[in-house]
Design a protein around this ligand. Structure first.
Ligand SMILES: *Cc1c(COP(=O)(O)O)cnc(C)c1O
Length: 409
């Protein structure tokens, strides 16, 4: 009998909703910053589950923490608390520099849920108006989507919760003009991730802090992608010189290192806005997720991964920028975006995969890297050695010529 077995791709298409398009690979195993597909092919993972796998794949500290917590106490309802939950809340407040008592944490399972909690928190000011940035991404649930700018994501689901004003990202004057005494909150990503790693001008967050203060509005920073060491600092907004103290910070992605967990953190008085009955969750803050996040934070500290991310990120940016087909490289630490001289980012991603590297294309001209913080120097050297060849096979001379002609037209 010679019936052909359906492939994983065919089985996926037959059984999963088509929200993501066809999967690029069927991945079966990971170790450090490397993953393997079902055919045994090895890849250097320079996307890290989109800034999630901070400790890479299979890190013993994360595996041990999850395993022993699940063996000890896997879930309780939120009528109770657990040791990892309290310890993680205290740890996050310490990392934000406010300490226990200087703020309050609400745990969730994802980034969009952290933002839903924060959105509801802003309503408790008695105001409804929120000012957000063009190019923003805050999640896919209805509330977070109302605060997300991309038309293609929003349009099919309107009407969304209203009273939202979009302003150009990085333009402090436009922000100042949009915020009024009716504004509940200004919501910004300190670095815009899904837009392709867009870094605002120096002083932008401080200007946002000032305008929010002037009108009694909350400053809410979405650090879901940029937080938890991704930029070489615990949070992208804690700049050595131009740092600000926000009222609300949301985190998720890297927090659990791959175990689902997010958090909405209210600093100072903002931590008191949600009161009993205002919000809830069944799974948010469960002890296994909190133990995972504690292991991530402690490992970043023990292995000095903030410094490691800073050094390797600089090396990656310098190497990527050396190719003339790369017109700009942005980002900090291991959150890196680059612009290509032609709109062939999908071809570049495909050529990189062919060469054994997983990267991502948030827009047609832009490539994003968000590798595990445990990426090694050998991984970086291997990618930089392959980079010109990847661009050759994706772009070649022809693509450059077409782009030049397109720009003249
Ligand atoms: C990914 C992301 C979210 C949404 O997180 P999910 O866990 O996918 O819900 C929100 N904000 C930012 C900045 C993100 O990058």
């Amino acid at each position: 009998m010679s019936t052909t077995e359906p492939t994983w791709g065919e089985r996926y298409a037959a059984s999963l909703m088509n929200t993501f398009g066809p999967p690029k690979l069927v991945l079966v195993r990971g170790e450090g910053a490397h993953v393997w597909d079902a055919d045994g092919q090895e890849y250097v993972d320079l996307l890290g589950g989109i800034a999630v796998n901070a400790l890479g794949h299979g890190h013993p500290a994360l595996v041990d923490a999850v395993t022993s917590q699940l063996q000890t106490l896997g879930h309780v309802s939120n009528f109770f608390t657990t040791v990892p939950q309290v310890e993680l809340a205290e740890k996050l407040l310490d990392l934000l520099g406010v300490g226990a008592g200087g703020g309050k944490v609400f745990f969730t399972n994802s980034g969009t849920e952290a933002n839903e909690a924060a959105f509801k928190l802003t309503r408790r000011t008695g105001r409804t108006h929120v000012v957000v940035a063009e190019g923003s991404f805050h999640g896919r649930t209805m509330g977070a989507l109302a605060l997300t700018s991309k038309e293609a994501y929003r349009a099919p689901f309107e009407p969304l919760p209203g009273d939202v004003t979009f302003v150009p990202y990085g333009d402090a004057d436009a922000l100042a003009a949009a915020v009024t005494d009716e504004t509940a909150a200004v919501l910004l990503e300190p670095v815009q991730g899904e837009a392709g790693v867009v870094v605002p001008p120096e002083g932008y967050l401080a200007a946002a802090r000032a305008v929010a203060d002037e009108h009694g509005a909350l400053l809410w920073l979405d650090e879901v992608q940029s937080g938890m060491g991704r930029t070489g600092r615990w949070f992208a907004h804690t700049q050595p010189e131009s740092g600000v103290t926000p009222d609300v910070v949301t985190v998720a992605k890297g927090l659990g290192g791959g175990f689902p967990i997010g958090a909405c953190i209210g600093i100072g008085a903002a931590g008191e806005l949600l009161q009993p009955g205002n919000h809830g969750t069944t799974f948010g803050g469960n002890p296994v997720a909190c133990a995972a996040a504690l292991a991530v934070v402690r490992t970043i500290e023990d292995e000095d991964l903030l410094e490691h991310a800073t050094v390797l990120g600089q090396k990656l940016r310098d190497g990527l920028a050396a190719d003339p087909r790369v017109t700009e490289v942005r980002g900090e630490g291991l959150l890196i975006g680059l612009d290509l001289s032609a709109g062939v980012s999908a071809e570049v991603v495909a050529a990189a995969q062919e060469a054994g590297f997983i990267i991502n294309n948030p827009t047609p001209h832009r490539i994003r890297l968000a590798p595990p913080l445990v990426l090694t120097e050998d991984d970086v050297n291997a990618f930089l050695a392959s980079w010109p060849g990847i661009l050759d096979s994706a772009m070649g001379e022809q693509a450059m010529g077409e782009q030049a002609m397109g720009e003249q037209a």
